[in-house]
Design a protein around this ligand. Sequence first.
Ligand code: P61
Length: 459
Amino acid sequence: MIRPPIEPFRIKVVEPVRMTTEDERRSIIAKAGYNLFRVRAEDIYIDLLTDSGTSAMSDRQWSGMMIGDESYAGCRNFYSLEESIRKIYGFPYFVPTHQGRAAEHILFATMLKPGDYVPSNMHFDTTRANIESLGAHAVDMVIPEGLDPQTIHPFKGNVDVARLEAFIREVGKDRIPLGMVTITNNNGGGQPVSLENIRQVSEVLHRNGIPLFIDACRYAENAYFIQQREESQAGRTTLEIANETFSYADGCTMSAKKDALVNIGGFLAMRDPALYERICQRLILWEGFPTYGGLAGRDLEAIARGLWEALDENYLAYRIGQVGYLGARLKELGIPLLEPVGGHAVYLDAKRFLPHIPQEHLPAQALAVELYTAGSIRTVEIGTVMNARQDPQTGETIYPALELVRMAIPRRVYTNTHMDYIAETTARVYEQREKTGGYKIVYEPPFLRHFTARFAALD
Ligand code: P61
């Protein structure tokens, strides 16, 4: 008997959700071109599309919103956020942004030229798209274990440090204005990066005069995994681990919609005052004045408070425990998963779930559609639709190594009974897997196609 974790909160506000019939869902998903991004949220029972911006805020965060200072310049909540960032991240400079990708855009537009390279364990899709839209190259170099859904390793998000060194020698340090590490590695299954790996990456980059920026949106979940899995770190607090994590970096991009437990917001933080000056110029043009950066004062206060709540160890034990509980239930039911289970999501392995559908017929997309039709559960495809590339020389499609369906768990939102429902619905889809067919794309835009693409079922 697998026991779910006990919630370290009680529920003060509830939001009703509505169940539809299977026939209704068949018609809804067909009208949406079989793209779950195009389905209305009201037609979803359990929404696992993302853990981004979907958290339930605490009473302390809501009360902080009531003391939002909406002055154009120098609002008090900016200083409150500054204090949280200094104490947790240790960076002396930061600018708020409306969300993570705005921080990425401003950072890359300031630092990159066409033809430059940015190595990382794995770039998330917005990071990659922001780099590529400037004519630069986003290069992934996660350890080989990170690309195999079945290999058990405590830190599958680690950077392959030997490859990083070889890569710097090959393209030359002058073509690499910065290196990145994504914690936890979202595209690779929400897998953590060890403190030792971050230290080594920092050492290699700095030896070559290259700054390190951390994509920090799940920094607290990563710190918890370090505490639980990295032997030398067992006795330390998650705050101490976060402090040391960022001590190796020159800055970070942050989507506050994840581990700051808010519905909107982000920031870009750094050590270098000259870079900060240049960033402020761009920020004013695109986001807003440097003390609000595209957000309301109240949003800044909610982030300032959420950053601390995310580091609370009772919360983290429950949070990582709930995702782990869903993973364990699915495993018990024989469902093929990416293992170990990640921090913010369970990733179904579509290649093993639907082995009769070849990758060009989009098995992960097919599985996401089935989960919606069977139980009104919305998930997201992280496979060929999101990550396939065109070979620039031959024009041929390069398929991603991982063909996944992500069940991202919003923070403090669903109960453990919901987790049971998700596991049982998935088991029903698994039992009928042979009846599931593939899909083809009938419309796609040039960038980030998964948001708006439309599909048709193959016969
Ligand atoms: C997510 F389907 N993630 O996981 P922003 N870095 C990292 C992220 O996970 C991330 C951002 C930067 C989302 C939202 C999302 O195609 C998609 O605040 C590691 O969303 O701008 C966002 O932060 C960007 C889902 C984003 C998608 C793009 O669900």
